[in-house]
Design a protein around this ligand. Structure first.
Ligand code: GRF
Length: 218
């Protein structure tokens, strides 16, 4: 099967970016990371790209005339490299229409809560403050809303009485590093079918005894 070309968009430390780099290196993902785009010249994700010989571009909205212009230019960079999947990994912006229109159902995001609960910033803090007993993370396709696109895969953790935002975030992050590569793998194998709001996963049977975690492709 032809190798999927991935581009990662990140604004910060890039630990999810790293989990994808590692999944490619180990052979779990039959894909190539063609490009990192960041809107933050100080993002640690850049160091990760340099270390692994991945091309990167720093593209900041203020360099462009408008939000649409910004995303149009990002789309051009990605089309030039024949990117097949855009992975948002801590990209702290709402993606604009020109990019979404050019890559419909080819942009994924990971959110540190069980959507549609606690969208937006600080999903872990919102969940902890609310007092839910289970939270987790969600990989979804990106539409024009804030964390509103069709859900691909979710994984859950128990929220403990003595959790803080930090301890809960740490537990959720470990799961993020598993389910993001898993979602990308399913995409790369052509196993995700989007029907309206629903994403059908071909060839995976949920384990009804496991109420917490999803089946992850091996
Ligand atoms: C993660 O918690 C992710 O769910 C959220 O932003 C954070 C990014 O972390 N969208 P990192 O930059 O991947 O380490």
């Amino acid at each position: 099967m032809k190798k999927l070309k991935i581009s990662v968009l990140a604004s910060g430390r890039g630990s999810n970016f790293q989990s994808i780099i590692d999944s490619v290196a180990s052979g779990y993902l039959n894909a190539e990371i063609s490009l990192l785009i960041t809107d933050n010249p100080d993002a640690f994700a850049i160091e990760r790209a340099k270390k692994h010989g991945i091309e990167y571009l720093i593209m900041m909205p203020k360099q462009f005339n408008s939000k649409d212009d910004y995303y149009r230019n990002i789309a051009i960079e990605l089309q030039n490299r024949e990117v097949g999947l855009i992975v948002l990994a801590g990209f702290m912006r709402i993606v604009g229409k020109p990019l979404i229109d050019g890559f419909t159902n080819k942009i994924m995001n990971i959110h540190p809560a069980l959507l549609p609960s606690f969208p937006g910033f600080h999903g872990q803090k919102q969940a902890n403050d609310y007092g839910v007993k289970i939270s987790g993370c969600t990989v979804h396709f990106v539409d024009e809303g804030m964390d509103t696109g069709p859900v691909i895969i979710q994984a859950a953790v128990h929220v403990n009485d003595d959790d803080t935002e930090d301890t809960l975030s740490e537990r959720i992050l470990k799961l993020e590093h598993k389910i993001y590569p898993a979602a990308i793998k399913l995409f790369s194998e052509g196993r995700l079918e989007v029907i309206g709001r629903k994403v059908k996963i071909k060839g995976i049977v949920p384990d009804e005894n496991n109420i917490v975690n999803p089946p992850i492709p091996g």
